[in-house]
Design a protein around this ligand. Structure first.
Ligand SMILES: [Zn+2]
Ligand SMILES: [Zn+2]
Length: 147
């Protein structure tokens, strides 16, 4: 069995602090995991492991952004492709700008939410352009969180 098949256990596997402001996290956490496909990398603003755990304060603007995204069906994870490729296959169009894209999608898995604005679990895929927009957006919030 390939280790690629095991999904990251996310929140249990990392220290329970906010990615942006380093405060200790409570039950109320926004948690995302990103999966770059073959042709792309984790955008700036997202830690190298691709995971984000945010306290409610840092999460508020991210939640606002995510509510405008369009989730797609769950990707079919296969042994012979990366999780990111499975996301790109599952998505016909970018979850943000809704333009169609080729094979350089970035999968985004939402698995913990704060409040009820977002679904409890959702899958998104971003085109190359929106990946960099998303990365810059996150960098701005991270900077604001470290005065
Ligand atoms: Zn925070
Ligand atoms: Zn897009």
């Amino acid at each position: 069995m390939s280790s690629q098949l095991s999904k990251p256990s996310g929140i249990q596997s990392r220290t329970l602090s906010c990615t942006f402001c380093d405060c200790l996290l409570t039950e109320r956490v926004l948690a995302l995991q990103t999966y770059p496909s073959e042709g792309t990398t984790v955008p700036a603003g997202i830690p190298d492991d691709g995971g984000l755990t945010l306290c409610p304060e840092c999460a508020s603007e991210v939640i606002e952004l995510l509510t405008s995204w369009h989730p797609h069906g769950e990707p079919r994870i296969r042994a012979d492709a990366t999780i990111g490729d499975a996301y790109a296959e599952a998505a016909a169009n970018c979850s943000f700008c809704t333009n169609s894209f080729d094979d350089s999608g970035l999968g985004v898995e939402l698995y913990r939410r704060v409040g009820n604005e977002l679904p409890a679990y959702a899958n998104y895929t971003l085109c190359e352009h929106c990946q960099s927009v998303f990365g810059e957006f996150l960098q701005t919030i991270a900077t604001q969180s470290h005065p």
